[in-house]
Design a protein around this ligand. Sequence first.
Ligand code: MN3
Length: 200
Amino acid sequence: MSFTLPDLPYAHDALASAGMSQETLEYHHDIHHKAYVDNGNKLIAGTEWEGKSVEEIIVGTYDADAVAQSGIFNNASQHWNHAQFWEMMGPGKGAIPGDLEKALVDSFGSVQKFKDDFSAAGAGQFGSGWAWLVKDKDGSLKVTKTENGVNPLCFGQTALLGCDVWEHSYYIDFRNKRPAYLTNFLDNLVNWENVASRLK
Ligand code: MN3
């Protein structure tokens, strides 16, 4: 199956009051994400990966020993990462559902400690990449960071929450202040119902 750019699950201006502008979403979704879809489709055409699911392509092309991942991996993973990222945000910040809050407190000691760890992971990722809250293979919750397009699927983990820390995700709204972008993401942008749904 070829890759398809999903529509945003909200209007382009829906997150502006929460700190992600219409201009950011127009560039990030309509141009950056679309480029991963278009380039990925060009690269998989006529290969063994044409007709495979995006998850199969990510797991099948990730090379743990490589200095740099392949073009097919990079575009497939970035397509998947962004599709999750849009779903993980939403307008009208809601409370953290009880089951997720309990899991965060059990794993990190408090919700605030989880947020601190997540922000530190995102701020500490040198260069482009992602910060994640994952459910690991043993069921435990962990905060991780990955470079470029690498994501939790590569390690057999479930992505509960991911935050894009490539400069294109924050430079329009926060300029060079990645830590401020991360704090705002956690406090105002996350759709916690979506995160909780991924626990199951
Ligand atoms: Mn991005």
